[in-house]
Design a binder for this molecule. Structure first.
Ligand code: ARG
Length: 460
C-alpha cells in the first residue's frame, strides 16, 4: 500500500506506476536506508518520541532487515512498494505492527532519500578510490617492467621527440592522482547530514541533528532544511569526477589502441582482454580498450542529464529529482569496470621494445637535437631551427635518416657542423639530455618512478 494512501479514493494507474516507482533501481540503497532508519529511531528515542522498548524493537527489526539486505535476501521483485523507503517501512510494519508505524515521525522521504544517497555516494567514493589506486599501481608496475624502453612521443599524432615508455606511464599516473584528489575533495564537501530537515522545513520534534550526523559518520548536519532536501551537487560532483576520470581512461585506451595497431606495432595485448573476428581468422581486436573509450558517452551523458534535470527546479523537493539515481548508479558501475579492466590490460600487455626503438629513431625525431647542437655552437635557435629543417629536407631527398648523411652534406648546409654532431644525433643522447624536472631522461624518469612507488601507500 502506498505511504500516502489516506487522501486518495482510487489507486495508481499502471502507467503512472511505471513512471513513478523507483524501487527497481533505488533498491541498491537498501542498507543505507536501513542504517539511516536505525539512527533516526535513536534520535526519536532521545527526543522522547519513542520509548526505550519501542526503539529497541525497531532497531532489532531494522538490523535484521539490514543483514538480509547485505546477504541479498530481500525480495524486492515480489514487492508492490513504490520505493526503497516505503519498502523498508512496509517490512517493518509487517514485523512490528503499530511500532513500525511510528518510525516515520518527524521524517520525510525527502530528507531520507537525500541522506541515503549521500551515504551511498560516500561508500562508492571509497571503493572507487581503491580502484584508482590499483590502476596507479598497475601503471607504475608497467613502467618498472620497461624502464629502458624508448617510444616515439607524438604531437598531432606525428612523431615529435623520443620519450621513455615509463614517462608515458607516469603521465597517466599524474592524471589518476588528480582524479583521486578530486574524490577526496568531493567527500569532504558532501559529508553533511540532511536527516532532520523533514519534507522541507525541518521538524517540530526536538531531534539532536548533531548526534544524527555524527552517528552516521557525517562531519556535520546540513545547515538549511530547504537546501538539504534539494541539493544534488554531490551527485553532480561524483558524475564530474567520473567523467574526468573516464576521459583519462579513454585517452590512455586510445594511445594503447594506436600502439597496438599493425602500423605502430609497439605492443601486444593479452588474449584475455581482446577478441577475435567472426569472419577474419587473423584478427585480435582491442575490444576492452575500445569499450573503455566507448563508455565515456553514457557517463558524460549522465552528468549532462542531471545538470539539465536540476537547472529549472524550484525549491524544494520535486519528483524530477528521482532521475538523479539511474545515471549515477550506472556511472559508478561503468567507471568501476573500466578501472578494473584497465589494470588487466596493463598487467597483460607486452611491449616490443625493439620495434619501439626503431620507430623512435624514424621520422627525424632528432631534428630538435640538431638545432640545439647548433645553439651550442653559438648560432641563434631560430637560425639553427631553419638549418635543421634544411638538413631534414636533404635527408628526405636521400631517403635516409639525419645521422646517415655524410659530414660533407651536413657542412654544405652549415659549415659549423662537425664530427661531434653524430653522437648528439643518437637516440639516447637527446632523451637523456632532458634531465629537467618533469623531463624524460632515464635519470629523471627513474627518480619519478621511485618517488611515485614510495608515495603510493601514502595516497589516501
Ligand atoms: N523515490 C523518491 C526519490 O528518489 C523518494 C522521495 C520521494 N518524495 C516524495 N515527496 N515523493 O526521489
Amino acid at each position: 500500500m502506498a505511504l500516502w494512501g489516506g487522501r486518495f479514493a482510487a489507486g495508481s494507474s499502471n502507467m503512472f506506476r511505471q513512471v513513478n516507482d523507483s524501487l527497481p533501481f533505488d533498491r541498491v540503497m537498501a542498507t543505507q536506508d536501513l542504517q539511516g532508519s536505525i539512527i533516526w529511531s535513536r534520535g526519536l528515542k532521545k527526543a522522547g518520541v519513542l520509548t526505550e522498548e519501542e526503539q529497541a524493537k525497531l532497531e532489532a527489526a531494522l538490523l535484521e532487515l539490514k543483514t538480509q539486505a547485505e546477504n541479498d535476501e530481500l525480495d524486492f521483485d515480489a514487492s508492490e512498494e513504490e520505493d526503497i523507503h516505503s519498502f523498508v517501512e512496509a517490512a517493518l510494519i509487517d514485523k512490528l505492527g503499530d511500532i513500525g508505524r511510528k518510525l516515520h515521525t518527524g521524517r520525510s522521504r525527502n530528507d531520507q532519500v537525500a541522506t541515503d544517497f549521500r551515504l551511498w555516494v560516500r561508500e562508492h567514493v571509497d571503493s572507487l578510490k581503491a580502484d584508482l589506486k590499483a590502476l596507479i599501481r598497475s601503471l607504475l608496475n608497467t613502467a618498472s617492467r620497461h624502464q629502458q624502453a624508448i617510444i616515439p612521443g607524438y604531437t598531432h599524432l606525428q612523431r615529435a621527440q623520443p620519450i621513455h615508455f615509463a614517462h608515458w606511464c607516469l603521465a597517466y599516473v599524474e592524471m589518476f592522482k588528480r582524479d583521486l584528489d578530486r574524490m577526496r575533495d568531493l567527500k569532504k564537501r558532501m559529508n553533511q547530514c540532511p536527516l532532520g530537515s523533514g519534507a522541507l522545513a525541518g521538524t517540530t520534534y526536538p531531534v539532536d541533528r548533531e548526534a544524527l550526523a555524527e552517528e552516521l559518520g557525517f562531519d556535520s548536519p546540513c545547515l538549511n532544511s530547504l537546501d538539504a532536501v534539494s541539493d544534488r551537487d554531490f551527485v553532480l560532483e561524483l558524475l564530474f569526477c567520473a567523467s574526468t576520470s573516464m576521459m583519462h581512461i579513454s585517452r590512455m585506451a586510445e594511445d594503447l589502441i594506436f600502439y597496438n595497431s599493425g602500423e605502430a606495432g609497439f605492443l601486444q595485448l593479452g588474449d584475455a582482454v581482446t577478441s577475435g573476428s567472426s569472419l577474419m581468422p587473423q584478427k585480435k581486436n582491442p575490444d576492452a580498450l575500445e569499450l573503455m573509450r566507448g563508455k565515456c558517452g553514457r557517463v558524460f551523458g549522465s552528468l549532462q542529464g542531471l545538470l539539465v534535470t536540476m537547472k529549472g527546479l524550484p525549491l524544494a523537493y520535486n519528483k524530477d529529482m528521482q532521475e538523479d539515481k539511474e545515471g549515477a548508479i550506472d556511472t559508478v558501475n561503468q567507471w568501476h569496470i573500466c578501472l578494473c579492466i584497465a589494470v588487466e590490460v596493463l598487467d597483460s600487455l607486452s611491449l616490443n621494445e625493439d620495434r619501439c626503438r626503431e620507430a623512435a629513431t624514424q621520422g627525424f625525431a632528432n631534428a630538435t637535437e640538431l638545432a640545439d647542437y647548433l645553439v651550442g655552437k653559438g648560432i641563434p635557435f631560430r637560425t639553427g631551427h631553419d638549418i635543421a629543417g634544411k638538413v631534414v629536407l636533404a635527408a628526405i631527398d636521400k631517403g635516409c635518416a639525419i645521422e646517415d648523411l655524410p659530414l660533407s652534406d651536413l657542412q654544405a648546409i652549415c659549415e659549423v657542423i662537425d664530427d661531434d654532431v653524430y653522437p648528439v644525433l643518437q637516440l639516447e643522447y637527446g632523451v637523456n639530455q632532458r634531465r629537467i624536472l618533469g623531463g624524460t631522461s632515464q635519470e629523471t624518469v627513474t627518480k619519478a618512478l621511485y618517488r611515485e612507488l614510495e608515495n603510493l601507500d601514502k595516497l589516501e
